[in-house]
Design a protein around this ligand. Structure first.
Ligand SMILES: Cc1cc2nc3c(=O)[nH]c(=O)nc-3n(C[C@H](O)[C@H](O)[C@H](O)COP(=O)(O)O)c2cc1C
Length: 175
């Protein structure tokens, strides 16, 4: 179900037709991010997980985070229906997990060692941080759906992050 609470759309005419998508992607890729794997378990017990660098913080009180998922993702139905999801922030040593969860394959969790969180979401081992979230609201915008999660549990440790910039992974921030 689409939640529209507080969603204000603008009447300004779109410029989408005038934007070169290829150039737009290259420009966006200049924004360096960390890498997350977001996981959930649907009502029917189907586990899903996707690599996402669209993660960001929204609010401290209440504690809210957001990320966005392509509408064409095979995981969208599960992320719309699940009660909770987990955002796992990857370390510099976890590039293989980033690649794995960015691949469209059947069961992405087969052979993986993990803990189970609220609503059956998957907490990957040895991450920099994990946030367990209530699936609070969803906003379809363009070809993606923005998901806002209310954080109810989290854990973290210090370490080097996996960084993504200009379509390349960097193993940590230190020069
Ligand atoms: C570095 C990186 C970041 C990504 N970030 C996102 C993202 O924020 N949102 C998204 O929908 N897809 C993102 N993707 C693509 C998904 O991880 C990929 O399409 C995945 O296969 C989707 O899983 P599914 O098809 O099994 O649902 C990213 C991929 C990479 C490599």
């Amino acid at each position: 179900m689409q939640t529209q609470a507080g969603h204000q759309a603008t009447d300004i005419k779109p410029t989408a037709d005038t934007v070169d998508i290829h150039e737009f992607r290259l420009a966006l890729a200049q924004f360096a991010t960390g890498i997350t794997v977001v996981t959930a378990c649907g009502p029917e017990g189907r586990r899903v997980g996707v690599t996402a660098n669209s993660f960001n913080s929204v609010s401290l009180h209440p504690p809210l985070v957001l990320w966005s998922l392509a509408n064409k993702s095979s995981s969208l139905g599960t992320f719309q229906a699940c009660t909770h999801y987990a955002v796992n922030i990857l370390t510099a040593d976890q590039q293989a997990l980033a690649t794995h969860f960015a691949t469209h394959i059947g069961d992405k969790f087969e052979g993986l060692d993990f803990d189970t969180g609220l609503g059956g979401c998957v907490l990957l081992k040895d991450c920099l941080a994990s946030f367990e979230c209530i699936n609070r609201s969803r906003y379809q915008e363009g070809d993606h759906t923005i998901l806002v999660g209310e954080v109810v549990n989290f854990k973290y440790q210090s370490g080097d992050p996996l960084v993504y910039h200009a379509r390349q992974y960097f193993n940590g921030l230190k020069a």
